[in-house]
Write a new protein. Sequence first.
Length: 156
Amino acid sequence: MTDAPKIRIKRLEGADPALALPSYETAGAAGADLRANFPEAERGGVELIPGQRALIPTGLTLEIPAGWEVQVRPRSGLALKHGLSLVNAPGTIDSDYRGPLGVILINLGEASHHVRHGDRIAQIVVAPAPQAEFVEVEDIAATARGSGGFGSTGAS
């Protein structure tokens, strides 16, 4: 296993220090859970009606080492039980971003869902993110698939 990067985390002003930082819930987890951390005046949370989306604050900002990214992904239990997902899944936090970490939740379910202060709302995965060199050429190598697009490899 490669050396894991160290992600430095700062709580933003007004964030609840009693809430846990992102954490892996099991020894084999790839994603660390993020929690909703509403400012004190909004600690009652937010109600998401079907079809509605909202930016849910985490009260955190991250310092990600160069060459790495943090991906924000939905939690499968929230997706299955309540239809909650992320609008931009997976979201990417670049290593040079230093602003607030928010999660854009959307309710794709059939019932309203109340997001409460402290709820686990998403997970983050730390991944290498090398920058490629883009080179313009006259031709590219052929493959068996060729230019077949959506649905070209089978029925399902």
